[in-house]
Design a protein around this ligand. Structure first.
Ligand code: SAM
Length: 368
């Protein structure tokens, strides 16, 4: 069967991690758009269900229909109208648009013009007027404009991006995007044999995602492609909890109870030990200490953040051995870097990651 061209979107800054995952899941990466949150690749149709179910890093998987340069709305119309929309026979559709860069039109204009082009193209080729359904379309056509480039694709994931995990029943006000949690686990070189603690675990995103990854449990939700084509792959079996050692510590009972509910819903409550406690007083030795501490954006003042980071760095260092890694994500990376420097840890890796309008940094440390 002929290969299909795809493009995946993800949090900018994680493209290399995503590309590696795509290759592992059977895709052949063609182009990585560094810091633009896009990876282009090809693969068989089967990969649609595999990637939607098993990707930990991606936000959305699209079949690529077109990519090219454009200069105005007329050229968007012409480019879209030239495409063949046979696959929309008997289906309703909606265009979802996105625009980044400086333009003299809005993303609503893009959606309007592209939507008309789809209808006109189909009418010309098949003599029928397609039905638009903005709320619950059978097929979502993505039309994205980035500077002078136009991308047109069929969304196989759906309106909810992949970071919206099925298990999240307790919504922590500052929960971490689950795709970033998984990228942190990969950057920590965590595997099921390594003990892991998140000492400020909030609603449990990091240990829950570790358990799901370790047990090979897929994303259990509906995906857009199921309304369009069959692309079923055999889903692997839950590998079971095995010997995994995962810990989540949280100061506030309300969040801790939420984390436990989330873990129960994910089916991994038996794999994680949650406890109420203080990250600045953790004890024991861990292979991976991984956390998303408060950033100081809400009630936390900068001085309080520095105090917390400094005390946490002291406690974390005591819990590390030769091969241990400390992995942190924060917008306050300068303060965290200074806190860690005081206890003499070495920086192994750092990178910026954008999400939800924030520019954060993931930092990986080891003993010197
Ligand atoms: C940014 S949130 C973590 C969110 C989490 N990664 C999630 O996805 O839900 C930071 C968490 O650290 C907790 N926290 C703050 N100070 C703490 C401390 N000293 N010990 C333990 N937890 C603490 C807060 O209550 C908050 O839940």
């Amino acid at each position: 069967m002929a290969n299909v061209n795809f493009y995946a979107t993800l949090c900018p800054g994680l493209e290399d991690v995503a590309a590696e995952e795509i290759e592992k899941l059977g895709g052949r990466v063609i182009e990585i758009r560094q810091n633009r949150g896009r990876v282009f690749f090809e693969g068989s149709r089967k990969i649609i269900s595999i990637i939607n179910s098993y990707s930990r890093i991606l936000e959305r998987l699209n079949v690529l229909l077109y990519r090219g340069k454009f200069s105005d709305l007329n050229e968007i119309y012409s480019a879209v109208k030239k495409l063949d929309f046979e696959f929309l026979k008997g289906k309703t559709f909606a265009v979802r648009s996105m625009r980044a860069g400086v333009h003299d039109f809005t993303s609503v204009d893009v959606a309007r013009v592209a939507g008309q082009a789809v209808i006109d193209s189909f009418m010309e080729s098949y003599g029928e007027r397609l039905k638009v359904n903005l709320n619950e379309p059978d097929v979502i056509i993505r039309v994205e404009v980035v500077d002078d480039e136009l991308f047109v694709g069929v969304d196989t994931t759906g309106d909810d991006a992949l970071h919206k995990r099925w298990w999240r029943v307790y919504n922590h006000p500052a929960h971490l995007n689950a795709t970033i949690a998984c990228a942190m686990l990969i950057l920590a070189e965590w595997n099921v044999k390594k003990s892991l603690i998140d000492p400020m675990c909030g609603s449990g995103t990091i240990p829950i995602e570790a358990a799901l990854m370790g047990r090979n449990i897929p994303n259990k939700r509906d995906f857009a492609y199921q309304r369009l084509c069959s692309s079923e792959s055999d889903l692997a079996k839950d590998a079971g909890k095995g010997e995994m050692e995962l810990y989540g510590v949280e100061k506030f009972r309300k969040h801790l109870e939420g984390a436990i509910r989330n873990a129960e819903n994910a089916g991994v409550a038996d794999t994680i030990t949650f406890s109420q406690g203080d990250a600045t007083k953790i004890e024991g030795i861990y292979d991976v200490i991984i956390t998303n501490p408060p950033y100081g954006l809400r009630i936390w003042k900068k001085g309080m953040i520095r105090k917390l980071y400094e005390k946490f760095a002291v406690a974390a260092r005591k819990c590390m051995q030769e091969e241990s890694r400390l992995v942190v994500i924060t917008t306050e990376h300068k303060i965290f870097g200074e806190s860690v420097a005081k206890v003499g840890l070495s920086l192994v890796h750092e990178r910026y990651v954008k999400y939800g309008g924030l520019i954060t940094k993931i930092m990986v440390y080891s003993l010197p």
